[in-house]
Design a protein around this ligand. Structure first.
Ligand SMILES: Nc1ncnc2c1ncn2[C@@H]1O[C@H](COP(=O)(O)OP(=O)(O)OP(=O)(O)O)[C@@H](O)[C@H]1O
Ligand SMILES: [Mg+2]
Length: 379
């Protein structure tokens, strides 16, 4: 049993690269973070910033020619970075399960959805009905799971839990017979079937209609709460992060630029990139004709600049920005990687207002860059 204060997942200096014809792509470039038990942890960043590669690296799903290195990827205190494929298969779907963007990629088109969930249930039940490989194979392709069995009953129950009407009937259907929203619910049921401690959800609702998007995301998070599961939620949408997460990491060009509890990140962002992202969120009260998008593009991950990867697009860049970045603690739970926060730098002289966020002012503490969130979440 881990203490509630110990991280559930601890990632240190994760680096994932791909050897391509053009050169070596540093997709994830030395990131570290912790996820605590019961926490919803958001990772946000523009397209190509390395969010999916981070998730796949943790899950042991990066194929050759990708190379994953890390000082540690610890799950419940145990380093899983050196696990074999077989050991990782046991972790996946059991201790850690994944929900991907497109449910059709996670579901087997030629198996009924009940069958797919029942299979996960059996695989993760210590003394199960599974009875080995050949029995499973015959269930899968010949007999189907006995509808009276515990695993089938549990599959139906899970379909009901994720809000599928008429679950007994639906369990016998194939993925193509269900709507996109229903399919993603099935994937969530499958993710819960192994009784996981952590669900990694990579843009779980982006492939869905906007009308069901919020609904499914809310359901996922309510279920995570009910089942006491932590969630690593990957999204490019800061508004989603604000609504749903406890803590957040802002990712850019394979690196984490700022990590913080959510309230503080919105009230008191301390990285110019985070401020840029925040200003590009549409607001209901918006009278701007254009959103303030950050100009320029993500740097080439093959020839990343020395120092801060954001320097070419940053309005505040100065002569230190090509030096290696360090982590600067803004408060207990808030770290920014930006030279503006180096002790030797006079931040105010760079016109970087550590107490204001763009056009919104915030209430801050009284000591330089160490400022407390004001407890509100008005954006
Ligand atoms: N197999 C691969 N070979 C080479 N480069 C790859 C491979 N997989 C990912 N990359 C590169 O790694 C970088 C990070 O990709 P990743 O898919 O993690 O981005 P992302 O943040 O998830 O973006 P999105 O929001 O679009 O999903 C990209 O530049 C991508 O082109
Ligand atoms: Mg992605």
């Amino acid at each position: 049993m881990i203490e509630s204060t110990d991280p559930l997942l601890r990632v240190r200096n994760l680096r994932t690269s791909f050897d391509t014809d053009r050169g070596v792509v540093s997709a994830v470039d030395g990131i570290s973070f912790d996820i605590k038990p019961g926490e919803v942890y958001g990772v946000v960043g523009e397209s190509g910033s390395g969010k999916s590669v981070t998730a796949l690296s943790i899950m042991g799903l990066i194929d050759s020619p990708g190379v994953v290195e890390a000082d540690a990827i610890e799950f419940r205190g145990e380093d899983i970075s050196g696990y074999s494929d077989a050991e990782m298969r046991d972790i996946r779907g059991g201790n850690i399960s994944m929900v991907f963007q497109d449910p059709m990629n996670s579901l087997n088109p030629v198996m009924t959805v009940g069958e797919q969930i029942a299979e996960v249930v059996r695989h993760h039940t210590p003394v199960g009905e599974s009875a080995g490989f050949w029995r499973e194979l015959s269930r899968k392709y010949v007999t189907g799971t006995d509808k009276e069995s515990d695993s089938w009953q549990r599959a139906v129950e899970l379909l009901d839990t994720v809000g599928i009407p008429d679950p007994k009937e639906r369990a016998t259907e194939y993925p193509h017979q269900l709507s996109g929203g229903m399919r993603q619910r099935v994937v969530i049921a499958q993710a819960l079937a192994g009784d996981p401690d952590l669900i990694i959800a990579d843009e779980p609702t982006t492939a869905l209609d906007v009308s069901v998007e919020a609904q499914i995301l809310n359901e996922l998070l309510e279920l995570a709460d009910e089942f006491d599961v932590s969630v690593l939620l990957i999204t490019h949408d800061l508004a989603v992060i604000r609504e749903t997460c406890d803590r957040v990491a802002v990712m850019y060009a394979g690196e984490l630029m700022e990590t913080s509890n959510v309230q503080e990140l919105f009230n008191n962002p301390q990285h110019p990139y985070t401020r840029g992202l925040l200003q590009s969120i549409p607001r209901i009260t918006d009278d701007r004709e254009w959103l303030d998008v950050i100009e320029g593009n993500v740097p080439d991950l093959i020839n990343k600049p020395e120092g801060c990867p954001f320097q070419q697009r940053c309005n505040y860049s100065f002569d230190m920005c090509d030096k290696p970045l360090e982590r600067h603690r803004v408060s207990d739970d808030h770290i920014a990687r930006c030279h503006l926060h180096s002790p030797e730098v006079d931040t105010a002289a760079h016109d970087f207002d550590t107490e204001a966020t763009g056009d919104r002012s915030i209430t801050s503490g009284d000591s330089g860059i160490i400022a407390d969130g004001n407890g509100g979440d008005d954006l």
